[in-house]
Design a protein around this ligand. Structure first.
Ligand SMILES: Cc1cc2nc3c(=O)[nH]c(=O)nc-3n(C[C@H](O)[C@H](O)[C@H](O)COP(=O)(O)OP(=O)(O)OC[C@H]3O[C@@H](n4cnc5c(N)ncnc54)[C@H](O)[C@@H]3O)c2cc1C
Length: 362
């Protein structure tokens, strides 16, 4: 049986950030991934936004790790030439009621330590984005965009330079606790022994926890799909444009993002699903059009299907805010087993800060 010091399950952005971090100071780090390459699920199916941390409750893991992760990610991208842009974003308000919410959002961001938040008037918004309809907007300069594929590719490269391995086509199917560590079994029958086991399996992280013997309804994931549409009609947008967060508390509202080629897309929407399917049809187009026309002027023919992703949410349809679950499980008699469950947005932004936190458990 192969013996390793640290076994990380999942080569998404979070598992790779942990591998990059731990391989700098620990020997014998291995990432196992069930797919044939890294980032084949949520980490390559997102908005690629470097979030600022304005939305999350004060002192939540999401708030702290987002604010810290934002700083670490910009530094990482600069140091390692990962394509990115600190373009900033505008959260628009078009009524008195929305302006009150905008001010609350600004205060929340300030409490979370987000710098330089300002409420802009119509003229200021127009001078930045003439095509956007907004009476007022919250200007968030810390927000940006990143090439998530290049970010993950660089972390694989750095981890491998530190003698870590990322091994593909290895699906974990069983975990057995032993006195000194864990025996992890793969779909082909192979087994690895490891001293530390890190569950960074994204959409399947609750199943991995169950394999280790954790039966906890509170850690059951709810999959929540988000779809995107793109357009060629609008050009020359240089900032991200967001509505106020959706009152359901499930997502941020259908927003406008640009990528590093200045292409415009809208989304993601949010609806719960049991299916792992990345198929889309046009049934959500009216919902998109209504949301977009709150801050722009577009017609149905201007919108084309783009892509979609699935959020691994701890928050179920009837729940209020749920935080990331990041824990070393000695309290459940599973020492050196580290669980990362419910790492939805802002997980891409927070990845490097999550990796720091995980290192603290070792
Ligand atoms: C629509 C959408 C938009 C988003 N937008 C943003 C954004 O703009 N900014 C932001 O910061 N965050 C965003 N996020 C969140 C962000 O994408 C995620 O938090 C992040 O990608 C999670 O990374 P991960 O490594 O935890 O999970 P994943 O990328 O899902 O990686 C987990 C890996 O584990 C592997 N795995 C699972 N089970 C097993 C097993 N049994 N054996 C071996 N391997 C296994 C999977 O194959 C997968 O590769 C968004 C998410 C969605 C869905």
């Amino acid at each position: 049986m192969e013996q390793v010091n640290i076994l990380i399950i999942g080569a998404g952005v979070v598992g790779l950030a942990i591998a990059n971090q731990l391989s700098q100071t620990h020997a014998d780090v291995v990432v196992v991934e069930k797919e044939a390459g890294f980032g084949r699920h949520t980490s390559s199916r997102n908005s690629e936004v470097i979030h600022s941390g304005i939305y999350y409750p004060q002192n939540s893991q999401k708030a702290k790790l987002c604010v810290r992760g934002n700083q670490l990610l910009y530094k990482f991208c600069q140091k390692h030439q990962v394509p990115h842009k600190k373009c900033g974003k505008l959260v628009v308000a078009n009524s008195e009621n929305e302006l009150a919410q905008l001010k609350q959002l600004q205060q929340n961001g300030i409490k979370n330590g987000v710098q330089n938040l300002q409420i802009y008037n119509k003229q200021q918004v127009n001078s930045l984005e003439p095509q956007i309809i907004a009476e007022k907007a919250l200007w968030v300069p810390a927000t940006g965009i990143v090439d998530s594929h290049k970010f993950m590719q660089k972390m694989v490269q750095l981890a491998e330079q530190n003698d870590a391995f990322v091994v593909y086509d290895m699906e974990v199917v069983a975990i057995e606790k032993q006195d000194s560590g864990y025996v992890v079994e793969f779909a082909d029958g192979e087994k690895f022994w490891c001293k530390y086991l890190i569950n960074s399996a994204g959409l399947w992280s609750d199943e991995i926890a169950q394999m280790a013997g954790i039966e906890d309804d509170n850690l059951q994931l709810h999959w929540c799909k988000g779809e995107y549409y793109k357009t060629n009609k609008i050009r020359d947008i240089n900032h991200l444009i967001y509505p106020l967060p959706n009152p359901s508390g499930i997502y941020l509202g259908i927003h406008l993002t640009i990528n590093l080629n200045n292409e415009v897309r809208f989304g993601p929407s949010a609806y719960y699903t049991d299916q792992l399917s990345y198929k889309m049809d046009e049934s959500a187009k009216p919902e998109f059009l209504a949301a977009i026309n709150h801050y722009l002027s577009l017609e149905a023919d201007d919108l084309h299907l783009d892509d979609c992703g699935i959020r691994p949410k701890l928050q179920g349809p009837q729940d209020t805010f749920r935080d990331f679950y990041i824990a070393e499980e000695t309290k459940r008699s599973l020492p050196r087993f580290i669980n990362l469950i419910g790492i939805e947005s802002p997980g891409l932004t927070a990845a490097l800060a999550i990796a720091e936190q995980v290192e603290g458990f070792l």
